[in-house]
Structures are given as structure tokens and as C-alpha cells.
Design a protein. Structure first.
Length: 360
């Protein structure tokens, strides 16, 4: 018949010891990890088995210290796999809250009848625990608080049970590595997508800045041409005024020599009517021939630059345009990557009132 360790509260006053404290009653007691772990009785063989499986010896030592057996050590290793070994050793050296009573009180709490407790029992789940380290590990993992001593002995695992536990742990580790590998692949794909998007955004920003700079350069060249035209017109007007003054002075001097009145001499000769100039065209109707696509016809103001025309066609077709080539003789090619060509207006390029261009 199984004997149960009596509650110390019901012993005689002489033999009765204070009842053990629960987790909620413990105040400042800490679990002190020993400087040296003794594996002579139960841990040496289990330790060798776990090390042969590939576990870090430092992690195995902590697992056996907190669990006290191979079964609990396997559970401890599985639950603390993601925790750094340095953090575990630091926690072990600084101490952790105990489950109910201190180890000294538990070991000193033996029956006066000579019956020694062989294990500890969790009253919350009924599990038998081999030693006090296993109690503390169980309390930390499950947050159970009620433990009593028991005369029941924890049955050691058979070889088949040990092998089954080891196979289960190996399978769990393999499944976890597969999940981690899949997560790593997914993370790499996400990072690659982010990098490509950043590169595309960077190239798009660079292209927009380049277009803005080209537009600014075209506007600057237009303004320079306007200023040059104004300056030339002013110079021509000054030259014409000077020539007119010279003609009037010469006519006046001639009249004085010939005795003609000044009023008659001041009448200038009516110049012959100049030849009719070319009609000015305000718009240009352009037909663009693109390889592999149907022709496109668009109308632009005569003062539109070739760069602006190329940007409009590229935005509509989605292709990059680098050159325009006229189809009428003499054939001429305009390179849009050269500022002198890209800044030309349709009027300056003689593409008004209509023209056909090959797009390259």
C-alpha cells in the first residue's frame, strides 16, 4: 500500500514544523544555482546522450540542473531553444523565484516515523517530480504553486521510452528548422522586393530630376534666343536710324548745292516693296512612325521644343525616345541627348506646318 507523507501541520507541537510557503507567500527567496553540478547518480548518462544529439554542453548542464531527469531535460531544452545560453546562465547565476519553500526546508521536512520522501507531487496537476530542481522547473513552466512531498518513487524511463522521447525531440527540432528555413526564404524574398522597389523609386526620381533639368535648360535657351533677337532688332533699328539720318543730311546738302527747297529735299525716296516673306505658322502637325506600332499623329505649337515633343510621345506610348529623323529630303537626325538638338523648337527645326518623323 502506498504511504503518503502526512501534513506537518497535524504533527505534535514538538515535531511540527512551520507549513511550507506557497509561491504566492514566498517573498525574497531565490534559487541559487550551484557552482558545480553533480551528475554522478542520475545525470551523467543522460548528459552524454543529450550531448551526442548535438546540444551545447552548457545548455545540457542547465537543463539537467533545472529538470533533474532526461524526460524533463528534453522538455526544458525544447521550451528554451530560442533563449540565448548567456541569458540562461545569467538568470541561473542571479537566481529565480522559488516555487513554494526553500530547498533546505523541503529536504529537512521528513517524517518523524522514519519515512523519507522520494519525490514531490504537484497538487494542481498530479505530476510526480524527481527532485527539488524539477519542482522549480515545473513551477516555472506551468505556474503551478501547490506541491507536497510523496513517498512514491518516480519510475525511470525505459530504454524504449528514452528513445521515443529522443525521436520526438529530434522530430520537433527538424520541423522547427524547416519552419525557420521557410521563414528565412520568405524574409529574403520580402527584402529583395523592398530593395527592388527602392531601386525603381530611385531611378524614377533620377529620371524626373533629369527631365526637369532639361526643361530648365530649354527654357533658359529660349530666353537667351529671345534676348538675342531683341538685341539684334535694337541694333538694326539703330543702324537704320543712322543710315536714315545720313541720307537726310546728304539730301539736304545736295539740295543746298542745287538750290532745291529743304521741304522737297527732305522727302525720302519710297523704297520698293520687299518680297513677301514666308507665311508664319503657329502650329505643327507631326506624324510619328514607330517600329512595330501604328503611326501617331499629334499637333504641337510651333514654339514647342523637340524635348517636349519626345516627352509627350514617350508618355503616350511608354517607350524611350532618343532620336527623331525626318523622312523628307534632306533627311536630318535630331539627337535628344544633345542639348543643341533637344532645345530646338519645331519652327527652328523647319518642322512646320507639318512633318513626318521616324522615332528611334
Amino acid at each position: 500500500m502506498q504511504r503518503v507523507w502526512p501534513n506537518p501541520c497535524y504533527l505534535s507541537p514538538i515535531l511540527r514544523k512551520p507549513p511550507p510557503k506557497t509561491l504566492t507567500q514566498s517573498k525574497s527567496r531565490k534559487l541559487r544555482v550551484k557552482d558545480q553540478v553533480n551528475f554522478d547518480n542520475m545525470g551523467q548518462t543522460d548528459r552524454d546522450v543529450l550531448i551526442e544529439m548535438g546540444f551545447d554542453p552548457r545548455r545540457v548542464d542547465l537543463a539537467l540542473k533545472y529538470s533533474g531527469g532526461l524526460q524533463d531535460a528534453i522538455t526544458w531544452l525544447g521550451s528554451h531553444e530560442d533563449t540565448q545560453i548567456d541569458d540562461l546562465e545569467k538568470e541561473s547565476s542571479t537566481g529565480a523565484p522559488v516555487a513554494s519553500t526553500s530547498k533546505a526546508d523541503a529536504e529537512g521536512s521528513k517524517t518523524t516515523a522514519g519515512i523519507e520522501a522520494k519525490s514531490y507531487k504537484c497538487n494542481d496537476c498530479g505530476k510526480l517530480l524527481r527532485n527539488w530542481d524539477a519542482v522549480q522547473f515545473h513551477a516555472e513552466r506551468t505556474e503551478h504553486q501547490n506541491f507536497d512531498e510523496s513517498v512514491e518513487e518516480v519510475k525511470p524511463l525505459t530504454e524504449d521510452e528514452k528513445n521515443a522521447k529522443l525521436q520526438e525531440l529530434k522530430q520537433r527540432l527538424a520541423e522547427k528548422r524547416i519552419v525557420q528555413a521557410a521563414e528565412s526564404v520568405a524574409e529574403a524574398k520580402r527584402n529583395e522586393a523592398i530593395r527592388r522597389k527602392k531601386d525603381q523609386d530611385s531611378e524614377k526620381i533620377k529620371e524626373e530630376l533629369r527631365k526637369k533639368e532639361q526643361l530648365k535648360d530649354i527654357e533658359r535657351r529660349k530666353q537667351e534666343k529671345i534676348d538675342d533677337a531683341k538685341a539684334k532688332a535694337k541694333i538694326k533699328a539703330e543702324i537704320a536710324a543712322t543710315q536714315q539720318a545720313r541720307r537726310e543730311a546728304a539730301a539736304k546738302a545736295k539740295a543746298e548745292r542745287e538750290g532745291i527747297s529743304a521741304a522737297q529735299a527732305s522727302i525720302p525716296e519710297v523704297p520698293s516693296a520687299p518680297s513677301a516673306s514666308k507665311a508664319a505658322h503657329a502650329e505643327a502637325r507631326l506624324r510619328f512612325q514607330i517600329s512595330g506600332r501604328p503611326p501617331i499623329t499629334k499637333t504641337f505649337p510651333a514654339e514647342t521644343s523637340l524635348f517636349e515633343v519626345a516627352s509627350s510621345v514617350a508618355q503616350e506610348t511608354g517607350i524611350t525616345i532618343s532620336i527623331f529623323t525626318t523622312t523628307f529630303p534632306p533627311r536630318k537626325t535630331y539627337r535628344l541627348d544633345e542639348p543643341l538638338d533637344s532645345s530646338l523648337t519645331l519652327k527652328e527645326a523647319n518642322l512646320t506646318p507639318s512633318a513626318s518623323l521616324l522615332v528611334g
